[in-house]
Ligand binder design. Structure first.
Ligand SMILES: C[S@@+](CC[C@H](N)C(=O)[O-])C[C@H]1O[C@@H](n2cnc3c(N)ncnc32)[C@H](O)[C@@H]1O
Length: 281
């Protein structure tokens, strides 16, 4: 398939949620000084150009970073502050055009003794990813199918890992495909922290993913969602959600504070949010 290019959507409301929460989860795993493995299974290009024709086509970033960037000097939760700092560090020339994606976030937060792998199958996205990070020795960049990578790379030798799954859901079967891949991976690496992003679209296919995981027997699945449909009625994707399997308990308060702040600032009170257990302990 692979017609999807994330640059068209970079910086939108869903990217805000996914990157801030991903950072909160990872920060919560840093409470131990032992090495971590991180897998960005659907990495895309790492850094997006918000001045590109693709990003400017629908200006989706106006529903996300475009709206929040002017607030960067005010008080905000730790996860949001970390994310603003990352964006500022990608734009040191004073302009605001480079938007760091999930791989840039993981790369920035990763400690010297941690290990990172990032996969993308799309030839153009992968070339850009390689250009952005080839100098980094901590990085294993793979032009490889994410589903195969999950089988090959888990369990990691570190025995501690964060697995980020952010597919493009180009075909409706992918929701169940992701659930199956997570269930398989969890059999091999039950203590891993899995972070799964999903869109809220009119067809509500994300329920396939949620229902399959609910029935799987996996415990400790936290669900958070932000529906911004009333704030951005023209967006087909009204919002997005994340499932976090085995969330570090240190991260729960941080994630809640980030979600509350993002909802308030992005939607001016019109957003609908959820923060609850899909499956409790
Ligand atoms: C939503 S984008 C990722 C965005 C990125 N995680 C971020 O936050 O900056 C999904 C990416 O997955 C890639 N992709 C789709 N199917 C794949 C597969 N089976 N294996 C590896 N990459 C895949 C696409 O090329 C696309 O770049």
């Amino acid at each position: 398939m692979l017609s999807y290019q994330h640059t068209y959507h970079a910086g939108n409301h869903a990217d805000v949620l996914k990157h801030v929460i991903l950072g909160d989860v990872l920060a919560g795993m840093f409470n131990k000084d032992t090495p971590l493995f991180m897998l960005d299974a659907f990495a895309s290009r790492g850094i997006y150009d918000l001045n590109s024709a693709e990003a400017l086509k629908n200006r989706e970033f106006d529903t996300g970073i475009g709206k929040l960037w002017p607030l960067r000097f005010y008080k905000h939760p730790e996860g949001v502050a970390r994310w603003f700092k990352l964006i500022a560090s990608a734009n040191t020339d004073g302009t605001f055009s480079r938007f760091p994606g999930s791989t840039a976030l993981l790369h920035d937060m990763c400690r010297d003794f941690d290990r990172l792998s990032a996969c993308d199958l799309h030839p153009q996205e992968f070339d850009s990813l390689r250009q952005a990070f080839q100098a980094s020795r901590r990085f294993n960049l793979l032009k490889r199918d994410a589903f195969e990578a999950l089988k090959a790379l888990l369990p990691p030798k570190e025995k501690r890992g964060l697995i980020f799954l952010d597919p493009s859901y180009e075909v409706k079967e992918e929701y169940r495909g992701i659930a199956k891949a997570v269930i398989d991976a969890h059999h091999r690496f039950a203590t891993g922290v899995y972070v799964i992003w999903y869109p809220l679209l009119p067809a509500n296919r994300h329920n396939d993913l949620l229902n399959d995981l609910k029935r799987s027997g996996i415990r400790k699945i936290l669900r958070l969602e932000l529906d911004c449909g009333d704030a951005f009625p023209d967006m087909q994707m009204s919002g997005s959600g994340m499932l976090i399997i085995n969330p570090p308990w240190h991260a729960e308060q941080a994630m809640k504070a980030s979600l509350d702040w993002i909802c308030e600032q992005l939607t001016e009170g019109k957003g609908r949010k959820q923060f609850n257990w899909l499956v409790a302990e």
